[in-house]
Design a protein around this ligand. Sequence first.
Ligand code: KG4
Ligand code: ZN
Length: 332
Amino acid sequence: MRVLGIESSCDETAAAVYDGSRGLLSSVVASQDAIHGVYGGVVPELASREHLKSVVPVVEKALSDASAGRDAIDGIAVTAGPGLIGSLLVGLCFAKSLAFAWGKPLFGADHLESHVHAVFLENDVPFPYIALLVSGGHTSLFRIEAWGRMGFLGGTLDDAAGEAFDKAGKMMGLGYPGGVAIDRLARAGDASRFHFPRAWLSRDSADFSFSGLKTALRTFLASPSGAAARVEDVAASFQEAVVEVLVGKALSAAKRERVPRLVYTGGVSANSRLREMASQRGAAAGIGTFLPSKAMCTDNAAMVALLGERRMSAGMFSGPDLNAYAASRFTR
Ligand code: KG4
Ligand code: ZN
């Protein structure tokens, strides 16, 4: 099948065309970072309005980049949730209308399911594998048995790692999204200069917590040594605390589950220190480490089109009653 995918769960409007035999034909992402940057975080109402402006041109570009028109598309996949309801509804209503007008089948994709399978756009990973999904909204570990068969192993009890990065960036006056700015600054910093807490929770826990780390950073920045510190060293030390816990817990989960394959995905897996540590520690532990390219880690529609292609080819479709949902379906 050749599938048009549409994604609008947060602050990226994206469209892509994926072909079951030829692979990814196009992928277009319109980011809203510049709009939300002024406010230091995503403003849901502004995000919805921006999706409304972008959805048609983004879909048109994805189709023209793939040299595909109505006749060349066999189905339409769209992110149904979880995410910001107003944002999701823009992509969802557009996809439903287009599917109806064009007479094509429709598939409502789960955003988390799309992320954990995005790796197949670039690599063939044998099942089962462990996936760490680490983004602005999620920090969760899954065991993936097959397409769409995923078990929840653990997740954050408070902030997502990307949220912690973004809040830290805001406290350090780095603008939005803070994760990218911290990554860039940290390259010129000393990660062992300051020690920030690592929340391991219990020994075998696959859960995460980043709120204590955030408070520790705030307290440090307000102290005399914080005021005198080089921002590069603070960025590197903070990043090290986040990344060590993410990689450490992901590797522990893989060992506990006796699954020697670990896939990282979601915006934070674009972090350069995470990628370095994941590769080094994975190799040392004999665990195959899969790191999709940065463009496939952050929000995109290629992963939505891919998931839609696999699911619709297997006979799974959504009806016209498909609706958006805000909360994750994967919980303990
Ligand atoms: O997956 P994503 O694009 O959107 C969702 O949240 O679903 O992830 C965005 C998150 C933001 O919190 C951003 O700060 C973080 O990913 N991020 C990074 C990096 N690139 C993006 N965090 C740390 N280092 C990066 N290089
Ligand atoms: Zn995402």
